[in-house]
Design a protein. Structure first.
Length: 194
């Protein structure tokens, strides 16, 4: 249970796309600046994800949203994210942002924790049956965010080893995995409507 949840959450964070974007946005950064930013992104991602997860049921109640329709919508958003990754979404279009403003926005939100991830966390939140399951999910999410942070911390090394084309290939593979998660999420919601 924990491993499959961790792996799903890790891929939902689109780590290789995040890494490509991080490299594009920090080309002029010193290694020390990149390391500091990587830590900030990991912490920002953990905090944002935890807040969204913990407020999930309240958000559904506030807007009167049905879980099954939300699953379908999340599946569609996730599929759009997957298609963008497979088609080679542009990670360089955010260049030129102020160095002091990129750790939370845009790197933590919406690049790492985008609409599909938010939707997935809200669904997981509403499905949690007890505190133990909530702790398990939050731990898996924190570990996934930490892994993304470690990847960003080692961004220069990973880029040297894999190259830009290697990162592009891994982003496309991530997109394929996300498309399967998207189809599963959509069908789960759809079967409850039929």
């Amino acid at each position: 249970m924990f491993m499959s949840l961790f792996i799903s959450l890790f891929f939902l964070l689109t780590p290789f796309f995040v890494l490509s974007t991080f490299l594009a946005l920090t080309q002029e950064y010193e290694p020390r600046q990149r390391h500091k930013l990587a830590v900030e992104v990991a912490i920002g991602t953990m905090v944002v994800g935890a807040v969204i997860y913990l407020l999930g049921n309240h958000i559904f109640a506030l807007f009167g949203i049905n879980l099954h329709s939300f699953r379908m919508g999340t599946g569609i958003l996730l599929m759009l994210s997957a298609i963008n990754l497979v088609q080679g979404g542009d990670s360089g279009k955010l260049k030129g942002l102020d160095k002091g403003s990129i750790s939370v926005v845009p790197l933590s939100i919406p690049i790492t924790v985008g609409p599909a991830t938010i939707g997935y966390l809200l669904v997981l939140s509403s499905e949690a049956v007890d505190t133990g399951e909530m702790v398990l999910t939050l731990t898996a999410f924190a570990l996934a965010a930490l892994c993304v942070g470690v990847m960003l911390y080692a961004a220069s090394w990973i880029e040297r080893v894999l190259g830009r084309s290697g990162l592009t290939i891994l982003s496309k593979i991530t997109g394929l995995i996300l498309s399967a998660l998207a189809a599963q999420m959509f069908m789960l919601g759809f079967t409850h409507f039929v």
